[in-house]
Design a protein around this ligand. Structure first.
Ligand code: SF4
Ligand code: SF4
Length: 388
């Protein structure tokens, strides 16, 4: 099978990038064990369960010789990023009363979209190949260290923010791959282009990038708002700001995303209701309404209680007195609001908002500091630390 034809077909099917890596052992693959041993995977136990397979794609497809890696640009001209040529300090990035959702989750669930494109590519390859072959196709969920193979397929390099960065298009890329026993001509490895830059490490609000290219997931807002099922440690809640699902900060600050490419692909366009919605509006949606909003999007991974938890924390960080009133409404008829774990975060948020308004407002403050809630903190609440 001719590698150039495979790549041309991938582009025809809607992928933006396609490269081919040999199914070899690469030194970057060996760091996984140490990363797991350091506890950086947190509750993502599934990563340790299949670490052996993740160590080498030949443990996934016996006799694999090539990894075909596809990239899809998901950054759009949506309200979240407004004009991607605008600097990070754009007002849209600093709107504490609106919910920030990671760009990749604004549109349709990428698993569904990309899987169907991968299946179409694989079906075409089977029809075109003169020899039988084995292959497995994955979108994000397979036991594959896909960024390493993407680097060796020439798609981009793994930046200090741990994202795969394409020199022309930036890092807002979905990756998907086909591992196959076919021997295809491999591309040249992409060269690292971070240089002396450290913007992402300096910008991370939780210090999750503990070293260049080393992420402690347990401190990362993406992990805390998506993968973590229980309570978010209080020490990280202020730094979460208005992020209700994921975080793009270490990509937003990257010079290779300024400007990054944008996609007009329909599935990645922001769904109505997810493009910088007001936190209070999100919170006040009944459970059934929220489920409808998220159906078919990547945001279902956090579950409804997880999303409620995140919205409560973001409201606590918002300084919005109007939102405090909304949090004080009982909401017990909504199971996700009545959930004890969510209720604890609501309590935290109420306390944070009271702290801000008691210190920041005159006697005519709209917030009644003498209601039956918890005692006010005298040392400045979490929102104080966020907005200093
Ligand atoms: S996604 Fe956000 S919290 Fe996670 S490493 Fe990047 S900047 Fe830090
Ligand atoms: S911000 Fe700088 S150091 Fe971080 S990934 Fe981008 S280029 Fe590399």
């Amino acid at each position: 099978m001719d590698a150039a034809r495979v790549k041309a077909k991938a582009i025809e099917l809607g992928f933006d990038l396609c490269g081919i890596a040999p199914a070899d052992s690469f030194p970057e693959l060996t760091f996984l064990d140490e990363w797991l041993a350091r506890g950086y995977a947190g509750e993502m136990a599934w990563m340790a369960r299949n670490a052996d397979r993740r160590a080498d794609v030949r443990n996934v497809v016996r006799g694999a010789r090539s990894v075909i890696v596809m990239g899809s640009i998901y950054n759009t001209e949506s309200e979240y990023g407004d004009d991607p040529t605008q600097p990070f300090e754009s007002p849209h990035h600093r709107t504490p009363t609106r919910a920030k959702i990671a760009r990749y989750a604004l549109g349709d669930d990428y698993h569904d979209v990309l899987e169907s494109r991968l299946e179409a590519l694989l079906a075409w390859m089977r029809a075109e190949s003169s020899e039988p072959f084995e292959a497995r196709a994955y979108v994000d969920t397979g036991p594959v260290q896909e960024r390493v193979y993407a680097q060796y397929a020439g798609i981009g390099w793994i930046g200090k923010n741990t994202c795969l960065i394409n020199a022309e298009h930036g890092s807002f890329l979905f990756l998907a791959e086909i591992i196959t026993t076919l021997a295809l001509d491999a591309d040249t490895q992409a060269l690292e282009q971070c240089g002396s830059c450290r913007r992402c490490l300096d910008a991370c609000p939780t210090g999750a990038l503990v070293d260049a290219g080393v992420l402690d997931s347990t401190r990362c807002i993406s992990y805390l708002t998506i993968e973590l099922r229980g309570s978010i440690p209080e020490e990280y809640r202020p730094a979460i700001g208005n992020h209700v699902y994921g975080c793009d900060i270490c990509q937003d600050v990257c010079p290779h995303n300024q400007p990054g490419s944008v996609s007009s692909d329909a599935p990645w366009q922001a769904r109505s209701g997810l493009d910088l919605p007001r936190l209070i509006d999100l919170w006040q949606r009944p459970d059934a309404d929220l489920r409808k909003l998220l159906k078919g999007s990547a945001m279902t991974r956090a579950k409804l209680t997880g999303l409620r938890r995140n919205i409560a924390v973001a409201i606590g960080n918002s300084g919005d007195a109007e939102a405090l009133a909304a949090l004080q409404a009982k909401g017990d008829d909504q199971p996700s609001v009545a959930d004890p774990m969510v209720a604890e975060h609501v309590q935290w948020a109420r306390q944070a908002l009271r702290s801000v308004h008691v210190r920041g407002c005159s006697d005519s403050s709209p917030v009644d500091a003498a209601d039956d809630g918890p005692q006010l903190r005298q040392d400045g609440g979490p929102a104080d630390r966020l907005h200093r």
